[in-house]
Design a protein around this ligand. Structure first.
Ligand code: SF4
Length: 934
């Protein structure tokens, strides 16, 4: 261990009259399977206001005890201490640690994922060059040299500089907000509470601001009211010629983008979409359209261009729905602004008047009313108060109230739900007060182009169209997900904790009511009456909880008798309901329903009691009334679903029990097509459904039937990429079939070889978590020794974390299941070899799949294979994302060549170069393929 002392020029004046120790750690680049690097040094700087008192440096983690002595009780300032030092060391140091990352997140939520250097840049703090990479800084350039200075000490100085910048920023928020922030942090048990309280009391924080730091009237002024769209103009079509001219090599796109190249497939798609809106040619009538557009054709511009022209010219609204948030962000943040930029130069287009917006479900927007009630009440949990602390400074500037601007963890998201606009309560915020949700609705109603997700699009149908403004023209991108999302939205899940949470919520409301009544100045007789209602509402809750426990225990026992394993899903059909044991469940449900109905009646009486109390209690009771109204709706819905599940099943619904720790009762429509046809397609003039994977062997019949879209136009456009030279499709003939006991070892040994050939840069797609875990365990015994990391879904982190590490490490093998089959785009530098371990057939016993299969004469060929082909095509699509990419795909499921249905998979693929043979022969071919430039 070495220890050095440096003098430094200080950047600012510390506001507190006590020394602070800034701490940093240097790490090697992540090489271990857990994604952490090896700790190479710990550096610390002790500062007091404008003076640097001492520095500390140690070469390994054994320094923790010495460091504690160096700190000598001073608060420690660090950035992401847990990430850098590991959980154990961090918790040993946790007393008095002020994490600047957490501090920054309170003041600038967008900084949540920043590395120290990025955070310094955001705050305008000059950063030194870093000789060693640290977690999150793998992109940093190599050191430009800093003499003999220890990198960890330099980082500690930077941490201190960042801390001072944050202190300055916090003081600018005013004492009122800081006091409230300190209170919330204290209730969340955060060590930062002491710091923020000290800042609130420091002379620099003189501006008291509004009480509690938040002024609802100022927020209301910030949320201007956009004008509505108004009446449509007489229809004026967009012609196919017009869009083709705009997309041509001598058109405005070419003038705006230097490297623009017209793509025939893109123009063809744009023409087809223009026709679907209704054109002046023979096929004049607006109609529905299915368009498959291969990777790289530029689908979004192909539909946005005619959509923008049509909406602008006719003053109508076009809704664009996507499945993923990534695509929504790309449309809103890039594609639409770029397109408008291009169109601004086109004569005769009033682009300045064009309005577009993104609109999300209610749960995404903060409800100020619920937020204030939670902040002022006494029932908030530490997670709730930490979430409120994260939103406090943000509320002073946000114009959306959208949680996407924050980075909330799992527990914080649950807290957010309790303060979001997701409830059914309506207050004067809906008309004139400060309400982010109302503002978002107003913006949606004023937009020509409205971007939503499939979930909102379909839940809008569930509530009779009251969520979205009226629209007649719809574009559904990522349409291959529409059936699955409709199944989710039209189905239900009531878990053990759903009812337990309902009971707890009512208990909290009753408790809150009691607190209000006790503190109010109403006359004694009214108080007694209110307390009586309160007790009456409380009484049935124990019974509800008890009866529900009996019902779910009965279901657990019933399903255990059907199948031995206690995991998985058990479908409940008429055969199960006919068994004698089911009658015991009917009796248990009856008991539950009686007590739940009683609880509902008494809650209703409590609501009437609240409404009858004198007006002076209204300000404090309003939020509770809102919560109770919402509870009444939620419990009625839950009871109706439980009734349908146990006692009054519907012939067109698939039912199943989800087993495990949180047993659930589930239902889903047997077929979503009739409802989609009736409520989504038939009432609209134009619905365009597009995706890179809609066809099976070039035909749309499967998707047409599954979605219920009748007589649409159909256009299938291949990719402009040269797949023959870009992708090698390897079909080894000597890998045993998946049900062969030798298969798992064969997959691991093929992957081991491919990972060496490609120097990592390999992603393998599996169909089960067990297969991922088993293969990962085998690969970890060999690949890390050769400098190749192994990243396994469900073992080494969330899909997002795995993708970030896969990109950062370069030399790694990533093993994933469902979420990696689509939507993943890591770039050709990171991914050279894609392995499909197994053809992605559904599990035959999966309840929805099993029930839907029964609708077909030849279920395997008519349903199972087409579904698997579409997923397989999505998986293959991960390999080649841009012109110039080059890679190999290896399919380890020999059924693709040995079974007749294998042709359906191969016939649906882009025209890659296909090689078949023993894997020993194919592995060198992969190496040669990757060595060549495309
Ligand atoms: S209208 Fe709804 S979301 Fe808006 S402030 Fe009132 S309760 Fe909250």
């Amino acid at each position: 261990m070495t220890e050095s002392t440096y003098r430094m020029r200080l950047l600012s004046v510390h506001p507190l009259d006590a020394p602070v120790v800034a701490l940093a750690a240097s790490m090697t680049a992540p090489a271990r399977p857990d994604g952490h690097g090896r700790l190479t040094a710990v550096g610390a700087v002790k500062c007091h206001g404008a003076r640097e008192l001492d520095t500390f440096h140690a070469a390994d983690a054994s320094a923790m005890v010495a460091l504690a002595g160096f700190a000598d009780g001073s608060p420690i300032v660090a950035h992401g201490l847990a990430d850098a030092l590991g959980e154990d060391a961090a918790s040993a140091m946790s007393a008095g640690v002020w994490d600047v990352r957490e501090f920054a997140e309170l003041l600038t939520p967008a900084s949540a994922d920043d590395s120290l250097v990025q955070l310094a840049a955001r705050l305008g703090v000059a950063a030194p060059a870093h000789p060693h990479p640290r977690i999150g800084d793998a992109h940093l350039p190599p050191s430009r040299g800093k003499g003999s200075e220890q990198p960890a000490v330099a980082d500690a100085r930077l941490t201190y500089a960042v801390y001072l910048a944050l202190v300055k920023r916090a003081q600018g928020l005013g004492a009122g907000l800081l006091r409230r922030l300190a209170d919330l942090l204290a209730r969340a048990h955060s060590p930062l509470a002491d710091l923020v309280f000290a800042l609130a009391e420091s002379p620099a924080a003189t501006d008291a601001g509004p009480i509690g730091g938040i002024d609802p009237q100022e927020i209301a002024r910030r949320l201007d009211r956009p004008r509505s769209l108004g009446m449509p103009k007489p229809t004026k079509p967009v012609t196919p010629d017009e869009v083709r001219r705009l997309l041509a090599n001598d058109g405005p796109f070419a003038q705006r983008f230097r490297r623009y190249e017209a793509r025939g497939e893109q123009a063809e798609m744009a023409e087809a979409v223009a026709r679907a809106f209704g054109s002046s040619n023979a096929d004049a009538e607006p109609h529905h359209l299915l368009v498959e557009g291969g990777t790289g054709i530029g689908k979004s511009v192909a539909y946005l261009l005619p959509a923008v022209l049509f909406a602008l010219r006719n003053n109508v609204r076009v809704v664009v729905s996507t499945n993923t948030i990534n695509l929504q962000e790309q449309l809103i943040g890039k594609d639409i602004p770029d397109l408008l930029d291009v169109l601004r130069g086109v004569p005769g287009l009033d682009v300045a008047n064009f309005r577009y917006a993104q609109f999300k479900g209610k749960a995404n927007y903060l409800c100020l009313r619920r937020w204030e009630a939670a902040a002022n009440g006494d029932t908030a949990s530490p997670d709730d108060t930490r979430t409120m602390a994260k939103t406090l400074a943000w509320l002073r500037e946000t114009r959306t109230g959208d949680r996407a601007e924050l980075r909330l963890s799992g527990a914080e998201l649950a807290s957010w739900d309790r303060m979001s606009a997701s409830g059914f309560a309506v207050c004067n915020g809906a008309r004139e007060g400060a309400c982010f949700y109302r503002h978002a609705r107003d913006e949606a109603a004023s937009a020509h182009l409205l971007v939503v997700n499939h979930s909102l699009l379909l839940s809008n149908l569930q509530v009779g169209g009251s969520l979205l403004p009226d629209y007649d023209y719809l574009i559904v991108d990522e349409a291959h997900n529409l059936e699955a999302e409709a199944t989710r939205q039209f189905g239900f899940r009531v878990s053990q904790t759903t009812v337990e949470n309902l009971v707890e919520r009512l208990g909290t409301i009753i408790h809150g009511f009691g607190t209000v009544v006790r503190a109010s100045a109403i006359e004694q007789s009214r108080k007694e009456s209110a307390e009586l209602r309160q007790n009456e509402a409380q009484m049935p809750l124990y019974k509800v909880r008890d009866e529900w426990a009996q019902l779910t225990a009965g279901l657990a026992q019933f399903t255990a008798e059907q199948r031995e394993s206690d995991e998985g899903e058990i479908r409940i059909t008429t055969a199960e309901r006919a068994q004698p044991a089911w009658s015991a469940l009917d009796i248990a449900w009856d008991g539950f329903e009686r007590s739940a109905a009683e609880a509902s009646e008494r809650a209703d009486a409590l609501l009437r009691e609240m409404e009858d109390l004198p007006p002076e209690t209204a300000p404090v009771l309003e939020p509770l009334k809102g919560e109770l109204n919402e509870w009444l709706v939620d419990q009625a819905e839950a009871r109706q679903k439980i009734r349908s599940f146990v006692s009054e099943p519907d012939a067109d619904t698939v039912y199943w029990v989800g087993r495990g720790d949180n047993l659930s009762l589930n239902g889903a429509p047997l077929d979503v097509a009739p409802r989609l046809h009736e409520e989504l397609f038939a009432p609209k003039s134009t619905v365009v459904l597009t995706s890179a994977t809609l066809t099976v062997e070039g035909g749309f019949a499967h998707v047409r039937t599954r979605l219920g879209v009748e007589e649409p136009g159909e256009v299938c456009l291949g990719s402009p990429f040269d797949y023959r030279n870009a992708a090698l499709l390897c079909l080894p003939t000597d890998v045993p079939e998946p049900n062969d006991p030798r298969y798992a070892d064969a997959v691991a040994s093929v992957l081991e070889r491919l990972a060496q050939v490609a120097e990592g840069r390999t992603m393998a797609l599996f169909t089960s978590h067990a297969a991922v875990r088993g293969t990962a365990a085998k690969l970890r015994r060999v690949l890390p020794r050769r400098g190749i990391g192994v990243l396994a879904q469900g073992v080494d982190g969330t899909p997002q974390q795995l993708l970030a590490r896969f990109r950062a490490q370069r030399s790694a093998v990533l093993l994933g299941t469902a979420s990696f089959w689509e939507g993943v785009d890591v770039g050709n530098e990171t991914l050279k070899v894609l392995v499909v371990a197994r053809l992605p057939f559904n599990v035959p016993t999966e309840p929805i799949f099993a029930a839907r299969s029964n609708q077909y004469e030849r279920p395997f060929m008519q349903y199972a294979v087409p579904q698997a082909v579409l997923r397989f095509r999505q998986g293959f699509g991960r390999l080649i994302r841009s012109k110039g990419d080059r890679g190999a795909a290896v399919v380890l499921d020999s059924r693709i060549t040995s079974k007749a249905y294998g042709r359906m998979f191969l016939n649906s693929m882009p025209p890659a170069t296909i090689v078949k043979g023993r894997f020993d022969e194919l592995a060198p071919a992969v190496g040669r393929w990757l060595a060549l430039e495309s």
